[in-house]
Design a protein around this ligand. Sequence first.
Ligand SMILES: NC(=O)c1ccc[n+]([C@@H]2O[C@H](COP(=O)([O-])OP(=O)(O)OC[C@H]3O[C@@H](n4cnc5c(N)ncnc54)[C@H](OP(=O)(O)O)[C@@H]3O)[C@@H](O)[C@H]2O)c1
Length: 232
Amino acid sequence: MGAFAEYVCVPENALALKPASMTFEEAATVPQAAIIALQNLRGKRQIQPGQKVLINGAGGGMGTFAVQIAKSFGAEVTGVDSTGKLDMLRSIGADHVIDYTQEDFTKSGQRYDLILNFAAYHSIFDYKRALSPKGIYIMVGGPRAAIFQAVFLGPLISMTGSKKMGLNTWKPNKKEDYDFIKELFEAGKVVPVIDRRYPLSEVSEALRYLEEGHHCGKIVITVEHNTLGGNS
Ligand SMILES: NC(=O)c1ccc[n+]([C@@H]2O[C@H](COP(=O)([O-])OP(=O)(O)OC[C@H]3O[C@@H](n4cnc5c(N)ncnc54)[C@H](OP(=O)(O)O)[C@@H]3O)[C@@H](O)[C@H]2O)c1
C-alpha cells in the first residue's frame, strides 16, 4: 500500500504547489488525509450550513481534517473519539464531542445529516438509526465486516429508503481539491494536526507508535536533505 523514500517520481499533474506559509511537514499530511475528508464532505451533496455532521474517529489523521473542513462549511460538528483526544477536538472547532469509551452515539437518539465513519465498529443498521430521514452515511475505515456491509447492504438500504449509505470510493486527487485546502489553510480554517515527527531512519518506531493508536492527528516522517534546502 505504500513506502517511505527520499525521492519519488510522479507525473507533473500529480503535483501541486504548497502554500508558502505551509511547512513541508504540514504539506505531507494533506494528499491522503485532507483530500479524502474533503471528497467525502462535498461529494454528491455538499453539506450545508447548520447541518449536523458526525465524524466518528475524529481524532485521527483523516478525522482531524474532516472536523475542520466540515466546520468551514458551516456544519454543526460532533466529533467522536477516545477520552484523551476530546480536548484537542474542541480546540480544532468541534461543537460537540463524544467519548466512545463512555457513550454509544448510535443509541443516544440524536440524528445526523451526515455520518463520516473512520472507525466503523458497529453494524451498519446502528449507524442507519443515527441518521436523519435524508441522512448520508459514508464508511471510510473499519474492519472487513464493516466494509462488506457498506458495499453490499449500503446500496440496498439506499434503494429502499431516503437514507443513503455506502463506502467511500477512492478518487484520484484533483488540483482543485488541493487549491481548496490551500485556501482553507491560508484563511486559518484548516490547520494540520501533527502529533509527532520521526526521521526516516526511525520509520519502524513511527509505525509502532501509529499502531498503538494513541496519536492525535498525523505522524510525519521527515527527510533531511540539504539540496532541497530543509525538510521535505
Ligand atoms: N477508504 C479509503 O480510501 C481509506 C484510505 C485511507 C485510510 N482508510 C482507513 O480509514 C481509517 C482512518 O484512517 P486514519 O488515518 O484517520 O486513522 P487513525 O489516525 O488511526 O484514526 C482513527 C481514529 O479512530 C479512533 N477510534 C478507534 N476506535 C474507535 C471507535 N470504536 N469509535 C470511534 N473512534 C474510534 C482512534 O482513536 P483511539 O485509537 O484512541 O481509540 C483514532 O483516533 C483507517 O482504518 C484507514 O485504514 C481508508
